[in-house]
Structures are given as structure tokens and as C-alpha cells.
Design a protein around this ligand. Structure first.
Ligand SMILES: *[C@@H]1O[C@H](CO)[C@@H](O)[C@H](O)[C@H]1NC(C)=O
Ligand SMILES: *[C@@H]1O[C@H](CO)[C@@H](O)[C@H](O)[C@H]1NC(C)=O
Length: 474
């Protein structure tokens, strides 16, 4: 029934947008759904459907909040005790980072109001709690950022009401599972039981706060401390890694060559450039897909000029190319090399935190990292979850640490991506469940992977981060 629920959720999204994209006839909503459309709409959340529909993929990316979502977080046999939880999120829905040149940018209101959809019952309380926020709760320079979005015309990159609602929902879902059901934190939890870290953008800080508010409504500001992370890879202190940069350069070269091969894409950029009357190069550099996704996610029609309109066909061509690019990215493995090195510092930090918790330390039981697609994507890839979808708005990746009460020395982990248990899809636990009846992965597997095997996977002779980052003759 999880799948059924997910399906209803997707159906709701599809109906929501059918007016502009004609995905499915609205009438199918009345008496459930034919098996034909079920086949088309129901994806395996981890593996790609055989035929990828660019508009359908884009709507998943929007992640429009609808019915409450079911998830697999916290599922464990009753003799397992939850020890700690580590949450990596992408910020929620945001205004574009780029404008399409010479067009009016979409009119989206970033103030938070009750009579606009999507809505969350805690929205007003969130705003009121944020206005009481204290600067002492944040490491500089976070203390100069606004604590909730508030511009009647969104600023570039600003979190929207949709983005806030997405993370209030995430937080409430985690509250129901981890606090109410599994009592991860005592009622009188203390500041050092949380570990909170965010990049320096208002959208990541605000997303982190919205999730935290859903998780711990009306939290005491004196018990909150958000650390600032200057790097999107969350690697501060150990960011210097020349080999990682070489992988990235090769990956970018691959991306460039794939684009050149796609004549339909070039034609589409050419047409769009003509519509907005700028050189093709300038149009392409403005990354129009980012802005077009905003139009789509907010049901705002694409921009027009006196030369014509940007339309859904343009969108489909660019989005289809993006999907093909991701497919080739998986095959060529350059991004994997980048990811193994890029994700090491944050994974290393996470296992450190887990190991301290297994020793009975009661600190940092709930860790929250509020981040970006360029944070989650390398972590997913490094873990071997190459089939996982590109991180949608408000995506969440969760590591749960469990103790078997019957064998207190045994600790296990579960990995969940957007509520789906992907533990046995990871490269370090792929065939574990074939050999063992355990519903989880031994913590040792993850530790061995992070300490050594992820470097072995790079194919050289390095067995640690420093050597792998400085390998000669790569
Ligand atoms: C989307 O926009 C169209 C046209 O502006 C409107 O008719 C339709 O009701 C909107 N759909 C939703 C779900 O808001
Ligand atoms: C990994 O974490 C340990 C502490 O848990 C730390 O001493 C070590 O320097 C870290 N290594 C890297 C490469 O980040």
C-alpha cells in the first residue's frame, strides 16, 4: 500500500498539471486509474522506467506537496533500538538562479501566506517562531540571513512557500517516526544532541529551519546552533583534492561533447535565442532549463516576446537531453570518480558520529545537513546509488543507526532516499541480504567502505583519501 499511496500522490500531481501538459485525461481521476496509465505513471523509485517522459520527470523534480506521503523511515524489527539519525537535505523549491535574457521573469510571490497553496497547518506558527529567532543561534555569516522568505517578488534563488511547506512536511514526517515512535530524543533534549549544519545561502538555512520546526515545533532558540559550511561538498578542512578536480574537468568535457552531438538540442537553443533575440551562446549560458522548471513547477506559462513564445516542445528537448546526459554520466564513470573523492569527507564525518554513538555517547543523535543538489548527487553516486533520481527539491537522504537489543554489540545502518529503503542498493551492502536474513546492513560494511573500499573503487593503488587525492599520472 506504500506503492499505492505513492501512486495516488503522483496521480494528484499529474492531475494538477494536466491543464498545461496533457499528461493524462483528468477524467481518470474519478474512478481510480486504468492499468495502462498505472504502468506509465508508477515508476520503480530507484530504477529508471524503460521510457522516460521528460515532463513526468520534471514534475517529480518539482515535488509539489500534496497528500501526506508514506515512507519507509524507521521500519525495523521491534528488538532494534534507534541510536542516531543523519539527514541530508536539498533545499526546497526556489526561485530560479538565472533569468532567460530579455524576458519578464516569472511573477512568484515569496511571502508566506495562509490563503495560498501549497499550505501547511504549521505555516503561520513557523513564521511567528522565526520572527522571534535570535542571532546567537547561528555561526557567522549565517546570522545576517533572513530566517524565512519574505519578498513579494521572489529574489533570485529565494526559497518559496512551496519550499517551506516541503520541509515542514519532511520535518513533521521525521517527528512522527523518530520522536513519537522511536523516542530518538528525550522530551528535555539538549543542544548537544543536535548537530546542525548548512551552507551560507538563505534557501538552505531556511529549509533547515523549516525541517527543524516540523521536527521540533516551538523549539527553544537557546538550544539551536547552526554551523556554517562554506563548501557545497561539506568538506571544509579537507577540500583540497587535485585528483577530484581532474575527474570533474574530464566529466565536464564529456558533458560538452555530448551536447555537441545533439543537433536537436542545438536547434532548440537556436530557436529560443531567436525568440528572445540574443546570441545562442548567451541564451545557453543563461541555463534556461532552470527558469523553465520554475515556470512548470508553478504553473506559470513560458515567456513570450513579439517573436514568439518559449514552449513545451523546447522544454521537452532540453529536459530529454538532461536525462540522456545523466544516463551517459553513469556509464562513463568519471562522475563516480569525482563523487568518491568529493563525498568522502562528509561520509567520514558521518561514520565518525555513528561510531561515537555506538560507544554510548549521547551527543549528536540527530544530525541535519542542509545542502544542494551538488551535495546530494555525489553522495548518492559514491554510495553506488547511481540509479537514484537526480535530487528533487526538498530531497532527503537519511542514514539510520540501529542497535540490536538481543546483541548489543551489533550495530546496523539503513539508508533511505526520499522515503525509499535503498540500503541493499548501495555498493557496500549490495548482496548482504542474499547471505543474511538481517533487515539492515552491518555498520562495519559502511565503515570499511568509507575508510578504504571507496578508494579501492577508484582503481588505483590508493587506500586512503590523501593518497587518492594526490595520485600522480592520473
Ligand atoms: C494552471 O494555470 C491555468 C492557466 O493559467 C489555469 O487554468 C489552471 O487552473 C491552473 N492549474 C492549477 C492547478 O492551478
Ligand atoms: C576522518 O574522520 C576522522 C575522525 O572521525 C578524522 O580524524 C580524519 O582526519 C578524517 N579524515 C578525512 C580525510 O576527512
Amino acid at each position: 500500500s506504500n506503492l499505492k499511496h505513492l501512486f495516488m500522490c503522483l496521480l494528484a500531481i499529474s492531475i494538477y498539471f494536466s491543464a498545461i501538459v496533457h499528461l493524462i485525461p483528468v477524467s481518470t481521476a474519478k474512478n481510480g486509474v486504468s492499468s495502462k496509465s498505472r504502468k506509465r505513471i508508477m515508476p520503480d523509485p530507484v530504477t529508471e522506467p524503460p521510457v522516460t517522459d521528460p515532463v513526468y520527470e520534471a514534475l517529480l523534480y518539482c515535488n509539489i506537496p500534496s497528500v501526506a506521503e508514506r515512507s519507509m523511515e524507521g521500519h525495523a524489527p521491534h528488538h532494534f533500538k534507534l541510536v542516531s539519525v543523519h539527514v541530508f537535505i536539498r533545499h526546497g523549491d526556489r526561485y530560479p538562479l538565472y533569468v532567460i535574457p530579455k524576458t519578464k521573469r516569472p511573477e512568484i510571490d515569496c511571502t508566506l501566506v495562509a490563503n495560498r497553496k501549497p499550505y501547511h497547518p504549521k505555516l503561520e506558527a513557523f513564521v511567528s517562531h522565526m520572527s522571534k529567532g535570535s542571532g546567537a543561534s547561528f555561526e557567522s555569516p549565517l546570522n545576517s540571513l533572513p530566517l524565512y522568505p519574505n519578498h513579494p517578488l521572489c529574489e533570485m534563488g529565494e526559497l518559496t512557500q512551496t519550499g517551506v511547506v516541503q520541509h515542514l512536511q519532511n520535518g513533521q514526517l521525521l517527528r512522527d517516526i523518530y520522536l513519537k515512535k522511536h523516542k530518538l530524543l528525550p522530551n528535555d533534549w539538549s543542544a548537544d544532541q543536535l548537530y546542525l549544519e548548512t551552507t551560507g545561502k538563505s534557501r538552505t538555512l531556511q529549509s533547515g529551519l523549516a525541517l527543524l520546526y516540523g521536527f521540533l515545533p516551538d523549539f527553544d532558540w537557546k538550544k539551536i546552533y547552526f554551523r556554517h559550511q562554506p563548501s557545497a561538498l561539506f568538506c571544509s578542512g579537507t577540500c583540497y583534492c587535485p585528483v577530484r578536480n581532474q575527474y570533474l574537468e574530464k566529466e565536464q568535457r564529456r558533458q560538452y561533447l555530448l551536447r555537441l552531438k545533439n543537433s536537436q538540442l542545438e536547434k532548440t537553443y537556436g530557436e529560443m535565442a531567436k525568440i528572445v533575440d540574443v546570441p545562442t551562446k548567451q541564451l545557453r549560458a543563461a541555463n534556461p532549463i532552470d527558469s523553465m522548471l520554475c515556470h512548470l513547477c508553478h504553473n506559470v506559462s513560458f515567456p513570450c516576446t513579439r517573436n514568439g513564445c518559449v514552449d513545451m516542445e523546447h522544454f521537452k528537448v532540453i529536459k530529454t537531453h538532461q536525462i540522456e546526459d545523466e544516463r551517459e554520466r553513469r556509464e562513463k564513470k568519471l562522475y563516480l570518480g569525482y563523487s568518491l573523492l568529493g563525498a568522502h569527507p562528509i561520509l567520514n564525518q558521518t561514520i565518525g558520529r555513528m561510531q561515537r554513538a555506538t560507544e554510548g555517547r549521547k551527543e549528536e543523535l540527530f544530525a541535519l545537513y542542509s545542502a544542494h543538489d551538488v551535495t546530494l548527487s555525489p553522495v548518492l553516486s559514491a554510495l553506488g546509488l547511481s540509479e537514484a533520481r537526480f535530487p528533487r527539491f526538498a530531497a532527503r537522504l537519511i542514514f539510520e543507526l540501529w542497535q540490536d537489543r538481543e546483541k548489543p554489540n551489533e550495530h546496523s545502518v539503513r539508508i533511505l532516499y526520499n522515503g525509499v529503503d535503498v540500503t541493499f542498493h548501495t555498493s557496500f551492502c549490495q548482496d548482504h541480504h542474499k547471505r543474511s536474513p538481517k533487515p539492515m546492513c552491518p555498520l562495519e560494511n559502511l565503515v570499511r567502505f568509507v575508510k578504504r573500499d571507496m578508494f579501492v573503487a577508484l582503481g588505483g593503488s590508493s587506500t586512503n583519501y590523501y593518497d587518492a587525492c594526490h595520485r600522480e599520472g592520473f
